[in-house]
Design a protein around this ligand. Structure first.
Ligand SMILES: [Zn+2]
Length: 311
């Protein structure tokens, strides 16, 4: 405390016009005290808060330093996966939903004994394309039984996003499940026959029917279904709250409960359900957040907004 008190007074003392020779030793003492207090302050002051940046739909990789076990990472009121990198370094991943309100959010790194670090996540608004498609009336206007069927199927698919899978792979997808041109990018605001619909929660890759779809990461098959709108669909749980979805297939090659390795065949590209031509719809949910599948690749592929991009 004494040292702190002296330091607080230092600027006033130095502001005096002259310092005599006899005060030289006193000045040296003060400098030593200042140094000791500075070192002590580094030791007792909590680490500076880090500020992480993300755009809607991103998976953010963040790190902190902590020499201990059982660290947890909380953001948006949810727990997110962590990995100990050794030498007191930890890496965590947070998924920012496609429609997460832009703003500043708290990130807490905690142990059972308390908070290790408080960081912030700044979420910015994404720039998403507008997409118009024209389909037959039966794929745009639904009678009551069809609407009931669609709702039941969507409910089953959504339930798969919450199934816990006991696996903890790296939070990186090996590659896209097929190689091709992106016909509808992630986040596109869709209009079906001129009517606004929910934003596009995945990416559409246009490739010929029959193209083999390969698992970009190992996982457990959680759902195989033939859906009215999504067509033949497979959902795979990769652990850590990560689920990937593949739709509009002409054929599926797996069954519910199967374990599929990275690169294993999921099925073949088709145009089943509401599709204007053969393509793969690839979606990723992370802790139920709709995230851009490309942000899970080793080097994220940036999709350039098209000429009709929203301002
Ligand atoms: Zn799609």
């Amino acid at each position: 405390m004494q040292a702190n008190k002296r330091i607080a007074c230092l600027p006033c003392e130095f502001s005096k016009s002259t310092i005599s020779r006899s005060e030289g030793k006193r000045e040296t003492d003060m400098k030593i005290s200042l140094l000791i207090a500075f070192v002590l302050s580094l030791w007792v002051t909590p680490a500076m808060a880090n500020e992480w940046h993300a755009t809607q739909g991103d998976v953010v990789t963040m790190e902190t330093s902590y020499t201990g076990n059982a660290l947890t990472l909380t953001c948006f009121g949810k727990s997110w996966p962590l990995k100990a990198l050794g030498r007191g370094k930890w890496r965590g991943w947070v998924g920012v939903d496609l429609k997460k309100k832009p703003g500043k959010y708290n990130i807490m790194w905690k142990t059972a004994k308390g908070t290790v670090a408080n960081d912030f996540l700044l979420v910015e608004k994404g720039t998403f394309r507008i997409s118009h498609i024209e389909v037959s009336k039966k794929m745009a206007v639904f009678d009551k039984p069809t609407l009931t069927r669609i709702r039941t199927e969507v409910k089953a698919l959504k339930a798969s996003y919450k199934v816990a899978v006991d696996a903890s792979p790296d939070m990186v997808m090996h590659s896209r499940p097929v190689d091709g041109i992106v016909s509808t990018p992630f986040g596109a605001q869709r209009f079906v026959n001129g009517e606004p619909r929910s934003p596009h929660s995945g990416i559409d890759i246009a490739v010929p029917a029959g193209t083999i779809i390969k698992a970009p990461l190992a996982g457990r098959v959680l759902l195989v279904a033939d859906m009215y709108l999504n067509g033949k669909t497979v959902a795979i749980g990769h652990g850590n709250g990560l689920v990937s979805v593949y739709s509009h297939m002409q054929a599926t090659a797996v069954k519910k409960g199967d374990w599929i390795e990275t690169g294993g065949k999921i099925g073949e590209v088709g145009a089943t359900g509401r599709a204007t031509g053969p393509h793969l719809h690839w979606g990723v949910r992370f802790n139920n957040a709709r995230v851009n599948p490309d942000s899970m690749l080793p080097k994220p592929v940036k999709t350039t907004p098209g000429k009709n991009a929203a301002p």
